[in-house]
Design a protein around this ligand. Structure first.
Ligand code: C2E
Ligand code: CA
Ligand code: CA
Length: 412
């Protein structure tokens, strides 16, 4: 709990009664520096004024005049870098949609609350929240330059991490997904969402994928030589599929590493719209003919579409984690998850559920009969050297309490 009386919290609601109620709840949680406002305009004036922006805003969505969504747009213009909690009497789907919308503006949404706000719900939301220390953090790093990234690739600063994929039925480890990280000499570990887009836009994605693939193949070979039979997946960008030489490159590298194409999974997601799918289609079909396994990634997000599924002979479909985590508790997510599962079954392709984060997610997957899964509940992505040790621990988890994975008796 953030017992920090210096943390600045702004409350915005057109009902003074609500402001008093929320204020009292926050005071009971140890927050004392509160700024209540009944209108968006007054709140924006305060933020732009000498007092500056708060660390957290509790925002009512339904207000006469400027509503909550419009208020957020002004926050974006003011480059607000604090956190936000949305409050409304609207139903769950409406609140979820509004919170997605705000997140799309890169504002940190701690969550949403239904009116009337139960005190324990507010407490739970704030429990995991660390108020920013003034003047540091929270500010997004400047984007890396193309030349910096080019040098990083050349200097071998990119490293592969591997996240296990396991069978839902018996817990057996079937493979790993390769996830690249950048060990930045000054900034520490940099995650792919901060540099894949730059690599794609800057014409470096072929170099990046080649580096990742080479290392993953060498690693696949080492695992096999120690008796570990694992399918190794790597992420392929649509921008890798512009040049016909890509299929030959992949297949030559696999041959020289001594790894069978059937043990390599290529995960493809359409990160942006492609006008002409003929070349990607040709490359993927050729790779499939050479027996590489093809996986459609982030399925259901709009990037990976039914059109791709129709046109490309995929072996595997990965249901995006936004439809997996908490699907047991949300009828909309559950319906989407089950529709995707049925679709894959009818097409005769394997299903991997991404983002199983806790035992409740796991139990849900067991109940649906989904084939495979990966997620923090099973394991976080790890360096290659940690995998053998993790497999032992996982085996012990399965052996010691065989029922553990279906009753959720083990914490992740
Ligand atoms: P992805 O392919 O969908 O990979 C799964 C991402 O979800 C990974 O993030 C992984 O760490 C994260 N994840 C795994 N389990 C859980 C979970 O239970 N909960 C949550 N919340 N997250 C989980 P990461 O490593 O940051 O990678 C992000 C994305 O960057 C990847 O999404 C992939 O699209 C891209 N990427 C990663 N490596 C490469 C690469 O070598 N080449 C290309 N082109 N893209 C890559
Ligand atoms: Ca992937
Ligand atoms: Ca994915």
């Amino acid at each position: 709990m953030a017992h920090n009386s210096t943390v600045k919290i702004m409350l915005l609601d057109d009902e003074p009664f609500m402001l008093r109620l929320l204020g009292r709840q926050l005071e009971n949680l140890g927050f004392a520096t509160l700024f209540p406002h009944v209108s968006g305009a007054a709140a924006l004036d305060a933020i732009a004024g000498p007092g500056g922006a708060p660390d957290l805003i509790l925002l009512d969505l339904n207000m006469p005049g400027m509503d909550g969504i419009e208020f957020v747009r002004h926050l974006v213009e003011l480059r607000y870098t604090g956190s936000l909690v949305l409050i409304s009497g609207e139903d769950e789907r409406m609140l979820a949609a509004a919170s997605k919308l705000v997140q799309a503006h890169s504002i940190d949404v701690l969550g949403y609350l239904h009116k009337p706000v139960p005190p324990d719900a507010l407490a739970r939301l704030l429990e995991g929240w660390t108020p920013p220390r003034r003047g540091e953090g929270r500010v997004r790093r400047d984007a890396y330059g193309v030349e910096t990234l080019r040098a990083a690739i050349a200097n071998g600063e990119l490293v592969n991490f591997y996240q296990p994929k396991v069978n839902v039925g018996d817990g057996r480890v079937v493979g790993v997904e390769t996830l690249v990280r950048w060990r930045h000499p000054k900034d520490g570990m940099v995650y792919p969402d901060q540099f894949i887009g730059i690599a794609e836009a800057g014409g470096l994605i072929d170099d990046l994928t080649r580096a990742v693939l080479r290392e993953a193949l060498a690693q696949a070979r080492r695992w096999r030589d120690t008796g570990l039979s694992l399918k190794v997946a790597i992420n392929v960008s649509m921008d890798n599929l512009r040049s016909l030489s890509f299929a030959d490159f992949v297949s030559c590298e696999a041959a020289s590493a001594g790894v069978s194409p059937a043990d390599i999974v290529l995960e493809v997601t359409e990160s942006r719209l492609m006008a002409d799918l003929r070349v990607p289609l040709e490359i993927l079909t050729r790779l499939r003919l050479k027996r590489f396994r093809l996986s459609i990634d982030d399925f259901g997000t709009g990037h990976s579409s039914l059109v791709q599924l129709r046109d490309i002979p995929f072996d595997e479909l990965k249901i995006d984690r936004s439809f997996v985590h908490r699907a047991y508790a949300d009828p909309t997510l559950r319906a989407i998850f089950e529709a995707n599962l049925t679709l894959a079954r009818q097409l005769g392709i394997d299903v991997v559920a991404e983002g199983v984060e806790d035992s409740a997610d796991w139990n849900f997957l067991v109940s649906t009969g989904c084939d495979m899964t990966q997620g923090y509940f099973v394991a976080r992505p790890m360096p290659a050297a940690d995998l053998a040790g993790w497999i032992e621990t996982w085996g012990a988890r399965l052996r010691q309490q065989p029922a553990a994975l279906t009753v959720g008796a083990i914490a992740p």
